[in-house]
Design a protein around this ligand. Structure first.
Ligand code: GLU
Length: 504
């Protein structure tokens, strides 16, 4: 028998921005599809119109594209099994509802929301299921004539799955193994409503079948629905796809799942891109805007719940595609570590060439109104890149190459600026600017000579000079800074420090 081509789908609901757990689900689907030469499909599951959020679909598409997760078919690119948005497939589900009604695997239920509410109030554990349905107002209990009358009168109804009692349902999960559930514990989920809309459960099964999906890889939160899905495949007489339920992403302290509401509350983004809530205008930060490289973001997500079986942590998309396997996906939740996330970005930053980093840094500089020479930017980047995790942090580590300090760190000045500091650094500065060559080596040699001649210690001079040039005790080797800012800037910064700090 020919094994069918692997086809996987990412099937988000457009109910808000995509959570990083969702991106990871999309990623694992993508890795498997690429590894096995299969197809990756983007389907939008928008049957619950009450939870629809404008802009969410476009956000999902933009996020995945930023991450480099590519699709072969989908709502944004079309394909042979479209349409790929469930609201556009509405008509298509009707025949499947009738199929289930005709075969007795589903039934009409006419109970009003008020009646159900009253039942829930009087019986806190009330469930519409094989033990209660015989006492309720549905097509299993009402006479045929009454059902006909209600339908003709367009009485609102729902169609529910008729879950059999007393059966063991087996879900074969590629990550969790065999999961067995007693059918009597399941409720008769609503599959369809009289407004003509299917629910998630029905649409999901019908679409996975019609789109020839071979593997359903999704979050653990869908595991409780899987037994119903297995039953629905059986009711239809269809071959079920293989299931893989991915572990949850947990908060950094390991207590509970990382939720959308944790965005920014815990000090790190939970969304790939910045999101502005269309209702409240509230802004949640994103990995892209926080300065993450998409490659670093993908790398860190891939390792949240999966490992290659070696110590290797830095993995490109191509390597991930080669090494990924569902066998190595953990069963237990993966704890998100924001510090480790930064570390990944730092590793990717260090892998960039100085010229690439300089090009990115020139944009940061331009935003600050600074037009620097690419050559200067590259030299600066070379000096400070080991101190940062993000391109935007380059500025914090190097602004003094481009502008003079506006103030002087009080604590540092108190410790390092002595009564004779002004005279000493003015002296040294005039020696330095007189040098023919203005390179780090030549500057260092002249500083040495000066110290020996004057019989003073390195710390005494260089700390005061650092205060003048940078305004505090930070920064790289000082002559590196001096060589790049040049003679004129050296003179003016020293003069300014001397006149400002003289009385301190
Ligand atoms: N629409 C579901 C979601 O939003 C998809 C679940 C599934 O993949 O079956 O997560």
């Amino acid at each position: 028998m020919n094994t069918p081509k692997v086809r996987v789908r990412f099937a988000p609901s457009p109910t808000g921005p995509l959570h990083i757990g969702g991106v990871r689900t999309a990623l694992y689907n993508y890795l498997l599809a690429r590894q096995l030469g299969g197809d990756m499909i983007l389907r939008i599951e928008d049957t619950d119109q009450t939870r629809f959020v404008p802009g969410a679909e476009a956000y999902i598409i933009e996020s995945l594209s930023w991450c480099g997760i590519q699709f072969d078919e989908g709502v944004h690119i079309g394909g042979p099994y479209g349409p790929y948005r469930q609201s556009d497939r509405k008509q298509l589900y009707v025949e499947y509802v009738y199929q289930l009604l005709d075969s007795g695997h589903a039934y009409y239920a006419f109970d009003t929301p008020e009646e159900l509410e009253a039942l829930r109030n009087s019986h806190p554990n009330f469930q519409y299921d094989s033990s209660t349905r015989q006492g309720l107002r549905n097509s299993l209990t009402l006479p045929a004539g009454e059902i006909k009358r209600l339908l003709e009168a367009r009485t609102p109804y729902v169609v529910r799955a008729c879950v059999p009692a007393g059966e063991e349902i087996l879900v074969n999960d590629l990550i969790r193994g065999e999961v067995r559930v007693q059918s009597s514990t399941l409720d008769d989920k609503v599959l369809f409503k009289s407004d003509g809309m299917p629910t998630y459960h029905l649409a999901n099964i019908v679409d996975d079948h019609l789109m020839l999906i071979t593997h359903v890889i999704r979050g653990e939160e869908w595991l409780p629905s899987a037994p119903l899905h297995v039953l629905l495949y059986r009711f239809f007489g269809w071959q079920a796809p293989q299931f893989a339920h991915l572990p949850l992403l947990l908060k950094p302290d390991g207590n509970g799942k990382l939720s959308k509401r944790d965005g920014d509350r815990l000090g790190f983004p939970v969304f790939p891109l910045r999101w502005t809530d269309p209702k409240t205008g509230d802004i949640s930060s994103g990995y892209r805007e926080s300065g993450y490289f998409p490659e670093a973001f993908i790398n860190l997500l891939a390792l949240l719940g999966w490992n290659p079986g070696t110590e290797q942590e830095i993995l490109s998309m191509d390597e991930l595609i080669r090494l990924f396997s569902l066998d190595r996906v953990n069963k237990s939740g993966a704890r998100f570590d924001p510090e480790k996330a930064k570390w990944f970005n730092q590793q990717y930053l260090r892998m960039q060439s100085n010229a690439e980093l300089a090009a990115a840094f020139l944009h940061v500089l331009a935003e600050k109104g600074i037009q620097a020479e690419p050559e200067m930017a590259e030299k600066v980047v070379t000096l400070v890149k080991d101190r940062v995790n993000f391109v935007k942090e380059l500025w914090d580590q190097s602004w003094f190459f481009f502008i003079a300090p506006e103030s002087y760190d009080e604590g540092f000045a108190k410790k390092r600026w002595k009564a004779d500091s002004g005279t000493i650094i003015s002296d040294l500065a005039s020696r330095l600017i007189a040098l023919k060559e203005f390179t780090v080596e030549v500057l260092d040699a002249e500083v040495q000579r000066f110290l020996e001649e004057k019989q003073i210690g390195m710390g005494t001079v260089m700390n005061a000079l650092r205060l003048a040039i940078i305004g505090s005790g930070m920064g790289p080797h000082l002559t590196e800074v001096i060589a790049l800012i040049g003679r004129e800037e050296l003179t003016s910064r020293v003069n300014r420090a001397v006149s400002t700090l003289k009385n301190s």
